[in-house]
Structure formats: C-alpha cells, structure tokens
Design a protein around this ligand. Structure first.
Ligand code: PEP
Length: 255
C-alpha cells in the first residue's frame, strides 16, 4: 500500500449473492461500521438486479456500488448481457471485467476481456481488470510470463489517459474462493511485476499512479500483511465481502 502515490481501493465482489432486500440489509449494517474511514475507496460490485437497491441504501455514505461485468456493444442481440450505456443510465460507474469465474465458466478470453474493458472505458467507466495465473502455471514457474501476457492482451488499445480509470486486480486463480491465499511476498512479487509491465507499456508515471489490488481469499486475518506490501494497493474480496464485520476489518487495515 503506497497511499502517497495512489488510492487504496477495497472492493467487494458479491458474485451471485444477495437479493435486493439482502443487499439493503447488508449496506445498512455496514454503513456505520465504515463511516469516516476515508483512507480508501469502498466499493461493492453487485449482481445487476441488486444494484439499484444497494445504491439506494448506500446513498450519502462512503460506499459505492458497481457491477460485476459489462458487454462490449451498446445494444443489440446479445441475450443476457448488459451494456456500459445501460449501467451508466442507472448511475453505475465502476465494473469488474475479466474475473476468473467469467473466464472459467463463461468462455471469456483475453480478447473479449479487452473488448469489454475498452467499451467500459469509452463509456467513461472505471474498470477493475482481473487477471492472474492458474495453479498449473504457478507450479510450472510461468506466473510472471502469464501475468505479463494477460496485462498486455487485456489492455491492448487502452491509452495512457484511459489508464486513470483502470484498477488492476491480481487474482491468482488458485486462491479464489479456495481459502488458499498468496503469501504477502507472492502477492507483492506479482503486483510489482504488473507495475513493471505497466511502466513498459505506459511509462513510469502511469505505472506508479495505477492502483493494483490483490484478490484471492483475502480476509480479516491475512489482510494487514498483504496490504502492508508496497505494491499491493487494496483488495478485491469475494467471500469476506458478504460479512460486514470481516469486510470492515479489511477496511480498517487499509486506514
Ligand atoms: C473474488 O471473487 O474476486 C475473490 C477474490 O474471491 P474470494 O475472496 O472469495 O477468494
């Protein structure tokens, strides 16, 4: 965490959890627990149908609500998809793109992740771009190559100016929802590598200004050590983002 250079972002990914009523109850419980804790941005990415209720509950607080995915076209014959234009129309300005569950279960590739990223940025949205290696790649010793390649492919055609609206979430796939966490040293190594690739692509100034989160079983117990690393600028949190006390502990560690 290097708050002098860039903004720390603690983001929850609710995945396919929380009905509108459940989200309202959660936000109402959380609001007083994180009030005034302004040393980080707090955002929850919610299922589409839950977004309006969560936004209403979060009004006037330091909690923002985003989406979990976005399509790359504005409109048309893409059953089940939602465009950046539609998200903007209901006031959503942040979206996760390229989450490993989208890549694993819904056929997302670096090409479609890149298209979604560019469409969201063109619509003026902030993108939390997820990337990371699978277990076999880590075991084979090619984590750095895989992560560098993903960053380059996923950001192809994204300008230095647009990078102001990009957050990178380094999420080793083997650590997501598994209870296995990267050690702080492993997280730091890859987050620093990502910053190096960003410097190669966009120059040092952009690299130093870009928030790079860690995600993968971050919780109230391991967050302090992970967030203490200089290139880990926050967290993308799944399971622990569904429990107000756990999420608050992570926000506290980021203060
Ligand atoms: C995630 O969904 O991005 C995530 C990191 O999940 P978890 O914290 O449950 O591993």
């Amino acid at each position: 965490m290097n708050p002098t250079k860039r903004r720390t972002v603690i983001a929850g990914n609710w995945k396919m959890n929380f009905t509108p009523d459940e989200a309202t109850a959660f936000i109402n419980e959380l609001k007083p627990m994180v009030a005034g804790k302004d040393n980080c941005d707090i955002i929850f990415c919610a299922p589409y149908v839950t977004i309006p209720a969560a936004m209403e509950a979060a009004k006037g607080s330091n909690i923002k609500i985003g989406a979990e995915n976005v399509h790359f076209e504005d409109h048309g014959a893409f059953t089940g998809e939602v465009s950046a234009k539609m998200l903007r129309a209901i006031g959503v300005d942040t979206v996760i793109v390229g989450h490993s569950e989208r890549r694993q279960y819904f056929g997302e590739t670096d090409e479609t992740v890149n298209k979604r990223t560019k469409a969201a940025l063109a619509a003026g949205m902030r993108v939390i771009l997820c990337m990371g290696e699978v277990k076999e790649q880590r075991v084979a010793g090619i984590t750095n190559e895989i992560c560098a390649m993903q960053i380059k492919l996923d950001l192809a055609g994204v300008s230095a100016e647009e990078m102001k609206n990009v957050i990178i979430a380094y999420e080793p796939v083997w650590a997501i929802g598994t209870g296995l966490t990267a050690t702080p040293e492993q997280a730091e190594e890859v987050c620093a590598l990502i910053r190096g690739v960003l410097a190669e692509l966009y120059g040092k100034e952009v690299a130093e200004a870009t928030t790079v989160q860690y995600g993968g079983s971050m919780n109230e117990k391991n967050c302090a050590e992970l967030l203490a690393k200089p290139d880990v600028d926050g967290g993308l949190i799944g399971g622990a983002s569904l429990v107000a006390a756990k999420f608050t502990a992570i926000v506290d560690a980021a203060q």
